[in-house]
Design a protein around this ligand. Structure first.
Ligand code: AHR
Length: 501
């Protein structure tokens, strides 16, 4: 029996809703078809945005969306995507499949989408092939309310009032596709570019995201922070840098042999779990470097690209990164979100990659059809953690499970309390074959009611357009209140969420 101890008196920090954020890039069928079909499409839409997809994302409580990339961001020139659609420039999407990008989804469309979703906005600017002027004018176009060339252009294009930009990324992966820079070179550019991201709305300053490391590139983190915080120090305490990004994808067999999204064995399952858990070490080690420059933890580590990256589905365009999504993805999501919750003192924002039809998506589409993936259900089950307070919790008697090479903890958990005092517990069972009895023990709370839901299935179980409900969240009736404890038997390969009051 594993005992999950929860101390409701020990609140450990605020879980920013943006930890549950998403990423949408001009890549494959994410934007075009997945989100945007145009006003004249037969697929039901509101101002061009797919109604089925928007409704599902709202139901999942999407808090924030990052756009337009990714690697695409560093070759995106925002002025190509405004004004009458017939005159918008057509370009080659060199990173992703070499297809024609007609720019019919641009700045106005992005804000229309976020308005329909009711979510915060994260715009990623172009440092790799763009100028300071271009970036600074984009910010002016989007956020300035007065009379100016860019604000006037926005009005001419039909939008009177400025939009709200919550986050602005200064480049993307500038150690790689964003310009192959050294940390010092990028950091000097960061210092310069960020200067011109003006806070036109002083009541709602834009949070500036500095391009951070890939996986365990501690050299990058150290080099960027050292250069950014070297004298003459800008007014960093007032928003010079609000976030440092981290990108980490789980490839069970390495970059050159990613493996199938649906055809894998137990060995690969545990290797995937071990690689997902590695996220914790990355956060702690990059966080330790950040502590030297930012001991008060004002700067967030924003994991703005994470998720599983497998081989594309057979027969699909290799440049489109379209992959299926199984219970393995669900467990990776459950484990990762628990890690983010537990590190909410440093992780203030994150984006799973990517939202629709690309990599570890919550939604897949095929023409007019749409399915929800196992990962969607996990985000739905965890939604109550958004903007809740993390509670101190630990698992006593948590055994390990796995292969000789890859031993992982049986259970992963996190616990929060919301503004109404309701406690939310999420637990995953990483074993593919063994159930686990769990007891939740509170310090003070005498639970009188528990409502629970579960996502479970065989390790390769997934949804298809023919069988869209193979894997779905269902009510979990297996919880029993015994005095001040809650007991349940957690099936193998499952994620459970409990709502306790
Ligand atoms: O998400 C796919 C790609 O992965 C992004 O464009 C890039 O930032 C990362 O390498």
């Amino acid at each position: 029996m594993a005992v999950l101890h929860v101390n409701e008196r020990q609140r450990e920090g605020h879980i920013n809703a943006e930890i549950y954020g998403h990423f949408s890039e001009h890549l494959g069928r994410c934007i075009y078809e997945g989100l945007y079909v145009g006003e004249n499409s037969d697929i039901p839409n509101v101002n061009g945005m797919r109604k089925d997809v928007v409704d599902a994302l709202k139901e999942m409580k999407i808090p924030m969306l990052r756009w337009p990339g990714g690697c695409f961001a560093d070759e995106y020139h925002w002025k190509d995507g405004i004004g009458p659609k017939e005159t918008r420039k057509k370009m080659i999407n060199t990173h992703w499949g070499g297809v024609v990008e007609d720019n019919s989804f641009g700045t106005h469309e992005f804000f229309e989408l976020c308005g329909q979703l009711g979510c915060k906005t994260y715009i990623n600017g172009n440092v790799g092939s763009g100028t300071v002027q271009e970036m600074s004018e984009w910010v002016e176009y989007m956020t300035f309310d007065g009379v100016s060339p860019m604000a006037d252009l926005r009005r001419k294009n039909g939008h009177e009032k400025p939009w709200k930009v919550d986050y602005f990324g200064v480049g993307n992966e500038n150690w790689g596709c964003g310009g192959n820079m050294t940390p010092e070179y990028y950091a000097n550019l960061y210092r310069r570019y960020q200067t011109y991201i003006r806070h036109y709305d002083h009541a709602a300053p834009i949070r500036k995201v500095c391009g951070g490391p890939n996986v365990a590139d501690y050299f990058w983190t150290e080099g960027v922070l050292k250069t950014c915080f070297a004298p003459p120090q800008p007014e960093w305490a007032h928003g010079f840098m609000d976030e440092l990004s981290l990108h980490y994808y789980v490839h069970p067999n390495g970059w050159d042999n990613k493996g199938s999204a649906t055809q894998f064995d137990e060995e690969e399952w545990y290797r995937t779990m071990a690689k997902a858990i590695y996220m914790e070490e990355l956060i702690e080690r990059h966080g330790a470097i950040m502590d030297q420059y930012d001991p008060d933890k004002k700067i967030g580590l924003s994991v703005d690209e994470w998720g599983c990256w497998f081989d594309v589905e057979p027969g699909t365009n290799p440049g489109f990164l379209y992959q299926q999504n199984t219970m393995r993805d669900a467990l990776v999501a459950g484990v990762t979100l628990n890690i983010f919750n537990k590190h909410c003192d440093r992780v203030k924002m994150a984006c799973i990659a990517q939202m629709v039809n690309v990599l570890q998506s919550v939604i897949l589409t095929e023409g007019p059809k749409m399915i929800l993936t196992p990962t969607y259900h996990v985000f739905h089950m965890y939604k109550e953690h958004q903007d809740a307070e993390l509670l101190h919790s630990y698992m006593e008697g948590n055994k390990t499970v796995g292969t000789k090479e890859d031993q992982v903890p049986f259970l992963s958990e996190s616990v929060s309390v919301d503004a109404d005092g309701v406690v939310h517990v999420t637990v995953s069972n990483l074993s593919v074959s063994e159930d686990s009895p769990v007891e939740v023990a509170f310090a003070e709370l005498k639970p009188s009611s528990v409502k629970a839901s579960i996502l479970t299935g065989e390790m390769r179980a997934h949804n298809t357009f023919e069988e869209p409900d193979n894997v779905k969240e269902t009510e979990f009736a297996g919880c029993e209140i015994a005095g001040d404890r809650i007991r349940f038997n957690l099936p193998a390969c499952s994620v459970v969420s409990l709502r306790v009051s």
